[in-house]
Design a protein around this ligand. Structure first.
Ligand code: SF4
Length: 225
């Protein structure tokens, strides 16, 4: 949608602004095996949550990180402790929406949080992260920050925080992220940079990053150099 910015692009920007530029130019991102696995894991978590976590109960005796039944069956890794904490976090939630698309014309941001849950007068917003540690990157921060701002603006004005669920991690897999003034300013600053990029079409400077070797835009990016 013109004159709006996708939350996914806001999250990509701190990793490399050129990725956002190439996406805006209509270049196709080649999915990596990690991103494909991430999609499968998201769908699996969605199914487990929708089934009220029943599907993991028969295997509780073997629920260790090493002998995870889902890993054996599907070749994916969802940590059982992370699932237990997710179950606790969602206890009592009466409505759960996955990938529910939201548009804020006021903020000029569009996005679909991985999960929005309603519990009485409370609202929970969560993003699932497939990283092997629960180290919160700037990309993770601005992604959850932008989603909290969206939900706050469109659905739940009282919302003041979101959750990052690191589903491969056993220790402290869920991080609470408050929408501080700094985080809001950071999100809006990135949004403005992307809007400017949309308007001017200016190519961000090439800067080799750690992400380059697994970047889905590697080929079109090299062609621009
Ligand atoms: S290959 Fe590197 S510089 Fe190019 S878009 Fe990807 S991360 Fe950015």
């Amino acid at each position: 949608m013109k004159n709006t910015v996708a939350v996914g692009d806001i999250a990509k920007y701190p990793i490399c602004p050129r990725m956002v530029y190439l996406k805006l130019q209509g270049k196709r991102e080649i999915p990596t095996s990690k991103s494909r696995r991430g999609q499968i894991e998201h769908r699996k978590i969605e199914k487990i949550v929708k089934e009220g976590f029943k599907s993991i109960r028969p295997y509780s005796a073997t629920r260790t990180p090493e002998k995870n039944i889902f890993a054996q069956k599907l070749g994916i890794r969802i940590n059982p402790q992370a699932l237990e904490e997710l179950e606790m976090m969602l206890s009592g939630a009466d409505m759960k929406f996955f990938d529910y698309r939201l548009v804020s014309y006021r903020l000029r941001i569009i996005g679909a949080p991985d999960l929005i849950a309603k519990r009485g007068w409370d609202c929970i917003v969560a993003e699932f992260r497939g990283a092997s540690s629960s180290y919160v990157t700037e990309s993770d921060m601005v992604k959850i920050g932008a989603h909290v701002m969206l939900v706050q603006d469109v659905l739940w004005p009282e919302l003041d925080k979101g959750h990052l669920v690191y589903h491969k991690v056993s220790e402290n897999p869920i991080k609470e992220i408050y929408l501080s003034r700094d985080l809001r300013t950071n999100v809006l600053g990135i949004r403005d940079n992307i809007l400017l990029m949309q308007q001017t079409g200016k190519i961000p400077e090439y800067k080799k990053t750690n992400h380059c070797r697994r970047c889905g835009y590697f080929v079109p990016c090299e062609k621009l150099r």
